[in-house]
Design a protein. Sequence first.
Length: 251
Amino acid sequence: METATLPPLLPGTLYLVATPIGNLEDITLRALRVLRECDVVAAEDTRRSGQLLKHFGISRPLLSYFQFNEARRSEEIIERLRHGAKVALVTDAGSPGISDPGERVVKAAIAAGLRVESVVGPCALVGALTASGLPTDEFHFVGFLPHKSGQRRNRLTALQAVPGTLVFYESPYRIEKLLGELAEIYPAREVVLARELTKKFEEFLRGKPAELLALTAQRSLKGEFVVMVAGAEAADLPRGGMPAAVAASGV
């Protein structure tokens, strides 16, 4: 399809542009066009996004938008949209708003009656889950667990009765800690670790939590992780049904 036949970007629209999580070939043609034609790119890390734009020969103004300036920048972005600007929002990697900044400005734009359009593309969650070998018909995305041990254990315990595959994001600095917790709370569950997705050293590791924990003693596991845990079965649940924490939270 020739570019001339494609519909132009609409003024006053917030475009949520998914960017590669590793392999730059995963950028979509639509994402490239939006980045070329937008008025400004709001980026979680302007240096990293600037390198991405440079790689594809794109030169657009960059506006920083990250966790600690979301409130102020959201107001500024909304004002730009009200004046007809076409704003592309990107994060360091993957889809904006999925364990990354973006949710606040999307809510603000919708509340202001402005248009929001998702430019779909790479997402670590989908890439890992579909290749995991675990059930994909029902899953529960948790994202990053709390850093504090007590809160992490409470969250993991509350998820015991969830029937679908559990999906977490985790850093290499806490993966051993998480596997230890899974070995205590989910000892019999099948676990899949997906690391370095779409990159040269992409790897899927499968086994029970204790088996994977033993592996960490033999080799250093680097890179960002997607951790998937098989869902609950009847045998996993205590007598009387779901744990009280789950019943109370409505998970």
